[in-house]
Design a protein around this ligand. Sequence first.
Ligand code: DX5
Ligand code: ZN
Length: 211
Amino acid sequence: MLVSVSILSSVYKAKEIVEKINKTTADFIHLDIMDGKFVENKTFTFNEIKKLVNFSNKKLDVHLMVKNPLKYIEDYALLNTEYITFHYESVNNHIDIINKIQEYGLKVGISIKPKTDVSEIENILKYLDLVLIMGVEPGKSGQEFKESTLDKIEKLKQVIVENGYKTIISVDGGINDEVFKMVKEKGADMIVSASYLHEGDMEEKIKEFKV
Ligand code: DX5
Ligand code: ZN
C-alpha cells in the first residue's frame, strides 16, 4: 500500500508537519490545492508551497481541486512532483489536460467526487496512471468516510483488472484504521490521509497501513 500524507491547511504549522513527514516511511506528500471556486476553501498559494517543499524529501502527489487545472500544471510540474491529479467534474476537455500533464513527464490522475460514477471515466481510464476516489466531498479534512465509496473502488478495480490497465486506485478522505481495512480489501493501491495520521504517532500508523 502506498501512503500519501496530506498536509493540513494551516500554513503556520506546515513547515513542522513537512519535517515530521520527512522522518517517516510515507511515500508522498499529498498537496491539496483549492481555489475557492471549485471548492469553497482556499489553500496554499504557489509561493507558499514552493517554500514548503524545499523542506521536503518526499515526492509530491498534487490534488487540484480547482476550476481551471490548466493554469496550475506548469507551476506544480516544476516541483518534485510525481502525480498531478485534477477533478473529472472541473472540466470537459479531459484529454487536453491529460496531455499537458504528460508533456511535463509526470504521472496523471483524475479524481471523482462521491456522486460521480465510475462509469463516467471508463473511456479515459487507459490514459490514467491514477484514479483518486474521494471518500468525502472535496474541500476539507476531518470529514466522515462515505461507505458508498467502497462499491466504487470495487467496480473500478474490476474494470482495471479486466482491461489490463496500469492505473492505480488512490482513496482520499475520511481514512482511519477501520476504513483502511475496508478500502484495502476492495482493491485500493494508495491511501491519502490527513487528520488520522497527524494525531499521535504518524510513523506507527503508516507502518500499519503498509503491512
Ligand atoms: C479533502 C482533501 C483531502 C483531505 C483529507 O478535500 O482532498 O486530501 O486533506 O483529510 P482527512 O484524511 O482528514 O479526511
Ligand atoms: Zn486531497
